[in-house]
Design a protein around this ligand. Structure first.
Ligand code: SF4
Length: 222
C-alpha cells in the first residue's frame, strides 16, 4: 500500500486510543473461547508447558506433556533422572537439548530460591534459566498477574495491521501496547489477537469481509 493510502486509511478509522475499546469489546464477543491452548493443572505444569512451547505448536506440547506430567510432578523429579532421560521425554517438542538444560536449570533455581514454587513476579520469572520475557509474560498472565503483554507472531502482525504500532521489534511493540491497552485487559488481549489471527486475520489471506473489525482497521480490504 502506498504511503498516502496508509495515511488516508489511518485517518478514516480514527485514532487508536478511540479504537482500542471497541476492538477489545468486539474481539471478546467474537472469540469468547480465546484462552491459552496449553493444558496444565498447576503453576509448575504451566511453566513447563510454556517453556516447551518455544518453536513448536501447543498441540504438540500437549501431546508430550500428557505423559510428562504423570512422571514429573515436582521440581525435584526433573533433577532425579539423568539429563538424557529428560531429553528423551521432551524430544518430540524439538530443541530437546536446550529445553532439557533450561528445565533442569529452572528446577534447580525453583528449589534453591523459591521453595520449589513458581514465582509470580516478572523480574523473578525472567531470572529463571531459559525463561525469556515472552515465556515470563505468558506465565504471569495465566497466574492472574499480567505485568506485560505477550507479543508473538500473531500479536505482532495484527497490532501492525490494526495500526496499533509501527514497530517491528517485539519489545517496542509490547511497550506501545502497554501504553494503549487498559491494564485489566493485558492478560486477555494477546489471546484475542492470537485467536483472531488464526481464524480470520491469517498471515497469508486475511478474511476482511468476515472481520468484525473491518471498520476499525486501516488495513481492511473491504
Ligand atoms: S479488517 Fe482485515 S486486515 Fe484488518 S483485522 Fe480484520 S482481517 Fe485483519
Amino acid at each position: 500500500m502506498a504511503r498516502s493510502f496508509v495515511g488516508e486509511a489511518r485517518r478514516r478509522v480514527g485514532p487508536k486510543r478511540q479504537r482500542i475499546g471497541p476492538i477489545v469489546e468486539r474481539l471478546t464477543a467474537a472469540h469468547p473461547d480465546a484462552r491459552i491452548a496449553l493444558r496444565f493443572r498447576n503453576d509448575l505444569e504451566l511453566l513447563v508447558s510454556v517453556m516447551l512451547s518455544a518453536q513448536t505448536t501447543d498441540v504438540n506440547v500437549n501431546r508430550v506433556t500428557e505423559r510428562l506430567f504423570e512422571k514429573y510432578r515436582r521440581p525435584e523429579d526433573y533433577l532425579a533422572v539423568p539429563p538424557e532421560e529428560l531429553e528423551r521425554d521432551v524430544y518430540a517438542t524439538g530443541f530437546f537439548r536446550q529445553k532439557t538444560k533450561a528445565l533442569r536449570g529452572t528446577m534447580q533455581r525453583l528449589i534453591e530460591d523459591h521453595d520449589g514454587r513458581v514465582p509470580r513476579r516478572l523480574d523473578e520469572l525472567v531470572r529463571l534459566p531459559g525463561v525469556a520475557r515472552k515465556t515470563a509474560n505468558v506465565v504471569a498472565a495465566e497466574l492472574g498477574e499480567p505485568q506485560g503483554i505477550v507479543v508473538d507472531t500473531h500479536v505482532r502482525r495484527l497490532s501492525q495491521r490494526l495500526g496499533l504500532t509501527r514497530e517491528e521489534d517485539p519489545v517496542k511493540i509490547e511497550r506501545d501496547l502497554q501504553r494503549l491497552v487498559p491494564r485489566e485487559h493485558w492478560g486477555l488481549f494477546p489471546h484475542l489477537l492470537i485467536w483472531h489471527g488464526r481464524r480470520v486475520c491469517t498471515a497469508r489471506a486475511p478474511r476482511c469481509e468476515d472481520c468484525v473489525l473491518r471498520d476499525l482497521c486501516p488495513s481492511s480490504r473491504v
